[in-house]
Design a protein around this ligand. Sequence first.
Ligand code: ADP
Length: 257
Amino acid sequence: MRILKLGGSVVTHKDEYMSEHTENIKRLAEEIAEAGAYPLIIVHGGGSFGHPLAKKHGIAGGMVDKSQVFGFSETHQAMVKLNEIIVDILLNAGVPAFSFSPSSMLRTDGKRLNDLDTGLIKEYIELGMVPVLYGDAVLDSQQTFAILSGDQLIAKLSNDLGADGVIFGSDVDGIFTDNPKLNPEARLLESVSISGNDANVGDTTHTDVTGGMRGKLSEAAEAVKGGADVLMVNAFVPGRVKAALRGEKVIGTVLTL
Ligand code: ADP
């Protein structure tokens, strides 16, 4: 079983509020259909849908004021909208996508997802469907609510379902020695050890409440520890996600123990 992450930077125009990247989503849906690498779970990020609202209403820090409740709903609803767009396009491309709303099936505890009942997800996979989940505004046992990143969700799904491979599709070729968007001298690292310190991994250059590449790497490390092959690739480059899904060698970063 594989898990594919479609980063918020890939499925939305990150600098334009609530603007989906239709062209990328359509191309990726076709690549996923052509790869036919099932069983598969897809998780997407929030990009310009979830993050600006989560930031505006301070959702990631939990509830300090009742007035945030409306913003919590708005943040979730923005993600529902993006998810609907993505699932519709996947279905049109012939991928048997099935939407799962994380906030309806889990809660975090101090921002961490410790307990996830994967029974239902497993049943859908066994029927041949492709569950599509996303980073979401969720209830939290300690701080009333929180933002669960798609990246944290992936690590948990990978470990609980015993995924063989996890592919993170983002807007850069992989992990560089430094942020390639800010430093033109940054070099792509073909492999990065999760215990080493090979890269200066920083935040995203966009509004992201869940920590950019640094957060992604620490969540991905959990999947590596659980035994999955983890690969970071550029989902903007046509054919790369398809090749990665097929298990072909592609430009990207492999995470190792
Ligand atoms: P996504 O939305 O696709 O999940 P993010 O925008 O959260 O991804 O994180 C990817 C971004 O992380 C890149 O676009 C880049 O700006 C930033 N980044 C920071 N440090 C690094 C690094 N060392 N290597 C690669 N990307 C980095």
